[in-house]
Write a protein that binds this ligand. Structure first.
Ligand SMILES: C[S@@+](CC[C@H](N)C(=O)[O-])C[C@H]1O[C@@H](n2cnc3c(N)ncnc32)[C@H](O)[C@@H]1O
Length: 274
């Protein structure tokens, strides 16, 4: 149980984080917030830990420090081909259907791509389907600039490539570093992606609508009102006939009359009515 003073400080950080990112910490998850802020405070050598971090923020509202706090609040858990049924359905049905329906380029958006495993899994599918770089326009975004930078480099540890990648895909689409034990995505995959920082709660910069949007395992951290609002905006950002993929167990049912649920071999996607 934190002291009253510590609880007030955690409340302050939780409020600041929710306002900027929508990520909610509750009494049950305050211990996670506390551990992450402690880590940040110790990185800065703050002897009084979170208390010193709290007074530093109160005193100068430094945007760079705030950004680090927001980044600490994000959960970046991800792996290659997370939810294999979805990737299988995209490969065997939905991407070929979009190619047939919309021609080139198929416009794709990964709205919370974290360190890039979701994006590179999709670009592996595109290559397997014989769709050249000119055949798609793929925007990969996240709120966390540091994690996005990792995605941009396309470099993964031995442990990370073992999570979800098959050996043939690893050999075909990655090169082992000669310097350390990391693996790097081949440039033909990397160069065809665009990375940008986008906060789902703020205005989005796109002018054109997308044919496929992935918004997976990010809205679970948001309030119900934020979820509904973001989902409605995602439907707006979708071309009629395009698809929206959510995380397993995340549903768009009841969000918009413009959307129909489509099931294929155990994967569920949402199609915007034409
Ligand atoms: C758990 S990861 C999911 C990664 C990937 N989509 C997957 O399913 O494997 C959630 C990501 O959402 C990002 N995120 C959290 N809040 C966000 C917001 N308001 N706008 C954009 N991205 C956000 C985090 O930085 C994190 O990288």
């Amino acid at each position: 149980m934190p002291s009253l003073k510590a609880a007030v400080q955690l409340d302050y950080f939780a409020g600041m984080i929710e306002k900027e990112t929508g990520i909610r910490f509750s009494d049950g998850t305050y211990y996670q917030l506390e551990a992450r802020l402690e880590e940040l405070a110790s990185k800065f050598g703050y002897k009084a830990g979170i208390e010193e971090l709290y007074h530093t923020i109160l005193d100068n509202q430094d945007p760079a420090l705030k950004k680090l706090i927001f980044e600490k609040a994000t959960n970046n858990e991800t792996y290659f081909f997370r939810d294999p049924k979805l990737f299988n359905a995209l490969e065997t049905r939905f991407i070929p259907e979009l190619k047939e329906k919309f021609g080139a380029p198929i416009r794709i958006w990964s709205t919370a791509c974290s360190s890039g495993q979701e994006s590179y899994s999709i670009s592996i599918l595109l290559q397997k389907l014989g769709i050249p770089a000119a055949g798609f326009d793929y925007l990969c975004s996240d709120i966390n600039e540091a994690i996005l930078e990792r995605a941009r480099t396309g470099k993964y540890s031995q442990l990370e490539v073992q999570r979800g990648l098959s050996t043939p895909d690893l050999i075909r689409y990655f090169r082992k570093s000669t310097v350390d034990s990391s693996w790097e995505v081949v440039s033909s995959l990397k160069d065809s992606l665009r990375f940008a920082r986008i906060n789902l709660l703020e205005a989005w910069p796109h002018k054109k609508k997308f044919h496929l949007i992935l918004c997976r395992n990010v809205l679970i951290y948001q309030s119900i009102e934020n979820r509904r609002q973001i989902m409605r905006r995602l439907v707006d950002a979708l071309e009629p006939g395009g698809y929206l993929a959510m995380g397993a167990g995340e549903s768009l049912v009841g969000i918009s009359a413009e959307i129909v649920q489509v099931e294929h071999n155990g994967a569920i996607l949402y199609r915007k009515k034409s």
